[in-house]
Design a protein around this ligand. Structure first.
Ligand SMILES: *Cc1c(COP(=O)(O)O)cnc(C)c1O
Length: 237
């Protein structure tokens, strides 16, 4: 028997619905939650398919792969590109030039370079600080105790605009457990809002395919979704 396989278009609309339903359930306005399509390992055509459905925000993890897709999609001028992967210091120039947002900022050296290398005519680069919310040894991100110092440093730099916090908690399958690290990240953002009075600090980048609902319940304003839209990723060489 022929089994109906959902298309990227079907999946994308399903994710929009999930975001809408999770927001309503949490008593939030669905318009306050932005879907970032996490498109690493997907071909440019898959992004184009999403674009045709109205999707404008795309997140990429690997610089060269991202630059190739930006080239292939340069006719789609209003795409907003987010860098969400680990940042190697020697890659900051292209990131500063080619992206609108960076979600994975976690150290002073990267912060300084991104500001110095951001072309001023493009306006400030939007920055989220990645927090190592479970304080796991192997994970990227600042520990919560280092967060305020890094935030204050970003605030002094002319070509960066501090927008908020990002985290990738460890995998858990139960929604109550999933909510805990997201609640901690939300609290860290509130504390930073109070201590800095920075009006641009409005972003909680949290929630992926498996923990979307928990993240929205705890206040996510950007959810980064890959697998639920595109299906499994192509293997990286
Ligand atoms: C791949 C990735 C995602 C999306 O993960 P899925 O589980 O495929 O939805 C989100 N955020 C980051 C930083 C990623 O690398």
């Amino acid at each position: 028997m022929f089994k109906y396989m959902p298309t990227i278009t079907d999946n994308l609309h399903q994710v929009y619905r999930q975001i809408h339903d999770a927001a309503v359930q949490a008593g939030r306005d669905p318009a306050d939650i932005r879907l970032l399509a996490a498109s690493k390992g997907q071909p440019a055509d898959a992004l184009r398919t999403c674009y045709r459905e109205g999707q404008r925000h795309f997140g990429e993890n690997y610089l060269q792969e991202a630059l190739d897709k930006q080239q292939a999609l340069q006719d789609l001028a209003d795409i907003c590109w987010h860098f969400i992967g680990p940042i190697q210091t020697n890659k900051t120039r292209k990131i500063a030039e080619q992206f609108d947002w960076v979600h994975s900022v976690d150290r002073p050296r990267v912060v300084e370079r991104l500001s110095a290398q951001r072309p001023t005519e493009k306006g400030p680069l939007n920055i989220c600080i990645q927090v190592n919310i479970d304080e796991e040894q192997s994970k990227a991100g600042v520990c919560p105790s280092e967060l305020e110092a890094l935030a204050r440093m970003i605030m002094t730099l002319p070509n960066l605009r501090l927008r908020g916090l990002m985290a990738i908690p460890r995998n858990q399958d139960n929604i109550e457990q999933q909510r805990q690290p997201f609640a901690v990240l939300a609290k860290l953002l509130r504390e930073l809002q109070h201590s800095t009075h920075l009006p641009t600090l409005d972003t909680l980048s949290m929630g992926m395919s498996n923990d979307l609902q928990a993240a929205i319940t705890e206040g996510a304003t950007i959810v980064r979704i890959g697998t639920a839209i595109f299906g499994p990723r192509l293997a990286r060489p």
